[in-house]
Write a new protein. Structure first.
Length: 337
């Protein structure tokens, strides 16, 4: 999609006092906060801002019942040419929901299918082909862009294939899925997990140690996860975590420890490469404050977590020189920091 298409539309509605009350109504509705007075009064995370903007353009209804996209097409308030306006008419052909990834062609696109509508799409996409895996689920918006389809929303949720039945039962049953419903669902899920993990506090000790739910001993912290049978949160020490990894992958405990160490080396290298990239971008020699470091690291880790599990595992087998070249081509947006 041509850069600036959505921003042009948003700039018009955010900058037009005629729609100020509508924007505030949208903010209150989306964030479930009836006391919001203005957009500027909100402290919104980057991902939430992207998701809100997508919902605002495609799903929110003005008082007259139109979406912003429909209103923009019908009134053409920016006096666009027929060719320019057609891009917005094309975007009205879109579907938001759960999609199963059927096929991936690296650097070119994906074939996806909606389990709910059984409708399939060939989606033109570059970066996403390196972050996704076949049989995974995506929550995304597919929209028409000229003579093809692209992901046109603010963000995509990647969900593991083994969680398909859970997410299908919780989300696919919704009559009309949209970014607000999806965000509310994951916020509720986060709160449930937060309450669950509060029960583990007595098992988490100072100095990165724990009382292990598996062996009952005190030891170095290994993992905090859920029991697959009961769904209860469990604390696992470092030694037990290595045993589980070794059994799962059919390797020795020594090899499991070696792989674990390499996994952290690989992710730390990505962090270091991207911090250096940020400093070059800002023409700095070092970060100015802890606050700046936290903002930069958050962007870097978001980019890392958006890579597929398979891709990150493949990195473990590569040498650092090759990884450095690959990492330099993985984009992290530092433009507004």
């Amino acid at each position: 999609m041509e850069k600036g298409i959505i921003h042009r539309l948003l700039d018009y509605y955010f900058g037009n006092s005629e729609f100020e009350k509508e924007i505030i109504r949208a903010l209150r509705q989306f964030f479930n906060k009836p006391d919001i007075l203005s957009y500027d009064s909100l402290d919104i995370e980057d991902r939430d801002e992207m998701i809100f903007n997508e919902w605002l353009v495609f799903d929110f209804r003005l008082r007259d019942g139109k979406t912003l996209l429909e209103d923009f097409c019908q009134r053409n308030p920016c006096n666009l040419s027929d060719t320019e306006l057609q891009a917005y008419y094309d975007l009205q052909e879109n579907e938001y929901g759960l999609f199963e990834i059927l096929e991936i062609e690296s650097g070119k696109g994906l074939k996806v299918k909606s389990p709910k509508t059984a409708k399939g799409y060939e989606v033109k996409e570059f970066m996403g082909t390196f972050q996704a895996e076949e049989e995974e689920l995506l929550i995304a918006r597919v929209g028409k862009v000229g003579d093809h389809f692209e992901f046109v929303g603010g963000d995509c949720y990647n969900l593991p294939a083994e969680s398909m039945s859970f997410f299908l039962s919780k989300l696919a049953s919704k009559q009309k899925l949209n970014p607000k419903i999806t965000r509310d669902f994951f916020e509720q899920l986060k709160e449930i997990k937060k309450k669950d993990f509060e029960s583990t506090k007595g098992k988490l000790l100072d100095g990165g140690r724990c009382i292990c739910d598996l062996c009952g001993k005190k030891g170095k912290m290994g993992a905090l996860t859920y029991d697959k049978k009961t769904g209860e949160p469990i604390v696992i020490c470092y030694k037990c975590d290595l045993k589980i990894k070794a059994q799962r992958e059919g390797i020795t405990i020594k090899e499991a420890e070696k792989r674990r160490k390499r996994m952290f080396e690989v992710s730390n290298l990505f962090r270091d490469v991207k911090i250096e990239e940020y400093l070059d971008h800002k023409n700095k020699k070092e970060l100015d404050s802890i606050e700046e470091a936290n903002r930069v690291l958050k962007r870097i880790m978001n980019a890392w977590n958006n890579l597929s599990i398979k891709q990150r595992k493949d990195f473990d087998a590569m040498d650092n020189e090759e990884l450095q070249r690959i990492y330099e081509n993985i984009p992290v947006d530092f433009s507004d920091l």
